[in-house]
Design a protein around this ligand. Structure first.
Ligand SMILES: [Zn+2]
Length: 245
């Protein structure tokens, strides 16, 4: 392979790797958001439970003062009963004594129900609280891992870009601008390896004469169907994968 051609191949491999890392870096903010959203959702359950507990306690307090009031009314009507002066007042007092008694009893039942409810919610909250801390720690750890990954990938990109600049400097300006142009139009795939007589980028069979010239590797030959620069590597393995991604 001519030095020119092998420089272009290397340039493309670097560009594809740089692009791969850039894509990965671009996905990190969304992953961070996802981690935070998971936590907010989890914390929301806890906060909802907490406000439910507070509401239950408030309701009970309100019912308790209503009970005190009802009991006072009940006593008052009992006093009234002893002071009635006619049949109408007597019936009224009796009816009120009965009504306040029933109401007080209903309130007592409701207060008991609230007490049980608050106890249950308090127990749930108790199991929730350590979980919230653990969940936050889990999310923080995930975020830290993402940050480390980002730093690592950014370092890698910088070193790859340094290598790329070195190679690009060695390539003639005309060839480099041609490379950049095709890269833009062909989503980064400027060069294509010929394998088993087939252009690996567009999957078209290369004419035998061209294939034989490509194998020599001493000139720049483009694919008839996709216009990419063809190259050939005997016994290629993994490095060939880069040009087909
Ligand atoms: Zn092709």
């Amino acid at each position: 392979m001519s030095p020119e051609l092998s420089q272009l191949v290397e340039l493309q491999e670097l560009d594809l790797e740089i692009q791969r890392i850039a894509d990965k870096l671009a996905s990190i903010p969304a992953e961070r958001e996802q981690a935070e959203a998971t936590f907010s959702q989890y914390a929301a359950e806890f906060l909802a439970l907490k406000s439910q507990h507070e509401q239950s306690l408030e309701n009970r307090t309100r019912l308790e003062s209503e009970l005190v009031e009802t009991q006072a009314h009940h006593e008052k009507f009992k006093q009234d009963l002893m002071r009635v002066s006619n049949e109408r007042e007597y019936v009224t007092a009796l009816r009120e004594i009965d009504a306040t008694k029933k109401h007080a009893s209903a309130l007592e039942t409701e207060i008991l129900r609230r007490m049980e409810e608050a106890e249950e919610l308090a127990a749930q909250l108790k199991t929730f609280a350590p979980d919230i801390d653990a969940k936050r720690a889990e999310v923080d750890e995930a975020l830290a891992t993402l940050d480390q990954e980002r730093d690592r990938e950014e370092d890698l990109v910088r070193s790859l870009e340094g290598r790329r600049a070195g190679i690009a400097a060695a390539i003639s300006e005309t060839l480099l601008s041609m490379y950049e142009r095709v890269a833009k139009a062909r989503r980064g795939i400027v060069l294509s390896e010929v394998r088993d007589g087939i252009c690996s980028a567009c999957r078209m069979r290369v004419r035998p004469k061209i294939f034989s010239d490509v194998r020599k590797g001493d000139q720049l030959i483009t694919c008839d169907s996709c216009s990419r620069i063809l190259f050939y590597r005997p016994n290629t393995t993994q490095s060939a994968e880069a040009v087909t991604t």
